[in-house]
Design a binder for this molecule. Structure first.
Ligand code: GCO
Ligand code: MG
Length: 402
């Protein structure tokens, strides 16, 4: 079998997605997600100009060799654009291998380690009452884990808090919109919100919170400590993750479990955090961390150090990435939680898939491969629309992490 064509498909059914479709001489094909929110066309160009020409004529069965070829062969290693492009190729080749073998991909990864993939949903609200109502919406659907993000009085908008009834999509305008941030106001409100939620829903519901890289280590330590009575499952991205010694400082002060990794692209970004046991959950995901091949390598390292997976699963990762993540989640021994933000009906129509939600769990499709596809005709009806993630400024105008 040989690769005869690889198509880069950019579509915007409500938000932008980049997909790679690898086609072989037998007509069998595989699909991979290549979406990097706000930087979609950089990955599309990397694939079209630098990767696709080298794929033509290759044996698609050689997944590991192709991964090494693209990683070592570019000389310029790592980085989100490169690793997202490699992920797209890798994911498409696993999809194809499953189809050729007649097996769902999780079977190729060693088979089931659990019955279903526990997911967490996103609750938010601009008042205490609205937030409790939103959490109960998830509880009523059977969710066992809910991420809670609250409005901060005094700030016009806050990461993770959508308008009532609308899906939260921060990448909107071509030029980044500007938000305002005040850490003191935020640190004041979050523990009070969790006190209310824990009192209302009891000890069994897993609660999570995303600080979205906005705190200093000592601020994060204080937040973690103030949240201890409410037993969070994790506090996510407490600090920007470049300076990893910051996690050591947080760790010295709090038993609130820590999660990080949605912006990491290789095992080299998290090996120190994992081997020093500075985190509890690693949030790397298929599309941004080099595909199934490399993600499994990260999770295997994590398993040696009591670190569990908690893969990123926001709506800017396409249904192809989610499908691939579910196969990995089902197979690995150290699965923790999977983030799940359902896609819009328009997106679901462009990416027909067989995974489904039931009582707090997602189940991957049992069809051979990943069990997800792209409807290219429908995709062509939604042309690319420039959309950037926002920037964040302190009240005095200083640029801060978003
Ligand atoms: C999450 C993430 C996202 C990111 C988004 C950026 O935990 O789901 O923080 O909401 O902000 O994926 O593109
Ligand atoms: Mg996050």
């Amino acid at each position: 079998m040989r690769i005869v064509e690889a198509r880069v498909i950019v579509t915007c059914p409500g938000r932008n997605f980049v997909t790679l479709k690898i086609i072989t001489d037998t007509g069998a094909y595989g699909v991979g997600d290549a979406t990097l929110n706000g930087r979609e066309l950089a990955v599309a160009a990397y694939l079209r100009d630098h990767v696709v020409p080298a794929l033509i004529g290759r044996d698609p069965a050689r997944i590991e060799d192709t991964w090494q070829y693209l990683y070592k062969g570019s000389y310029w290693r790592r980085g989100p654009v490169t690793m997202t492009a490699i992920a797209a190729v890798d994911t498409a080749l696993w999809d194809l291998k499953g189809k050729v073998a007649g097996l769902p991909v999780y079977q190729l990864l060693g088979g089931r380690s659990r019955d279903g993939v526990t997911v967490y949903g996103h609750a938010s609200g601009d008042t205490a009452e609205a937030l409790l109502t939103d959490v109960s919406r998830f509880v009523a659907q059977g969710y066992r884990a809910v991420r809670v993000q609250a409005a901060v009085p005094g700030l016009p908008s806050v990461y993770g808090v959508g308008k009532p009834g609308e899906t939260y999509e921060p990448a909107s305008s071509a030029v980044p919109s500007e938000e305002v941030w005040d850490t003191a106001l935020y640190l004041d409100v979050v523990p009070r919100v969790f006190a209310d939620v824990r009192a209302e829903f009891g000890p069994a519901l897993k609660l999570l919170h995303d600080a979205h890289h906005r705190l200093t280590p000592i601020e994060a330590a204080r937040l973690g400590r103030s949240l201890e009575p409410y037993a969070l499952t994790w506090l996510e991205d407490p600090v920007p993750a470049e300076l990893q010694d910051g996690f050591r400082l947080i760790r010295q002060h709090t038993t609130t479990p820590l999660a990080v990794g949605e912006v990491f692209t290789t095992v080299w970004d998290c090996q120190q955090l994992i081997t020093s046991q500075l985190i509890d959950y690693i949030r790397t995901t298929v599309v941004h961390a080099g595909g199934i091949t490399h993600l499994r390598r990260i999770f295997d390292l994590a398993a040696l150090y009591h670190v569990r997976s908690g893969s990123h699963g926001a709506t800017d990762l396409s249904p192809i990435c989610l499908a691939a993540a579910l196969h990995v989640d089902l197979a690995i021994p150290n699965f923790g939680l999977q983030e799940y933000m359902p896609h819009s009906p328009e997106t679901d129509a462009v990416f027909p898939h067989g995974y489904h939600f039931e009582g707090g769990y997602l189940h991957p499709s049992e069809t051979p491969g990943l069990g997800v596809d792209i409807d290219e005709e429908l995709a062509a009806r939604y042309p690319y629309r420039p959309a950037s993630l926002p920037v964040n400024r302190l009240t005095d105008g200083t640029l801060h992490s978003w």
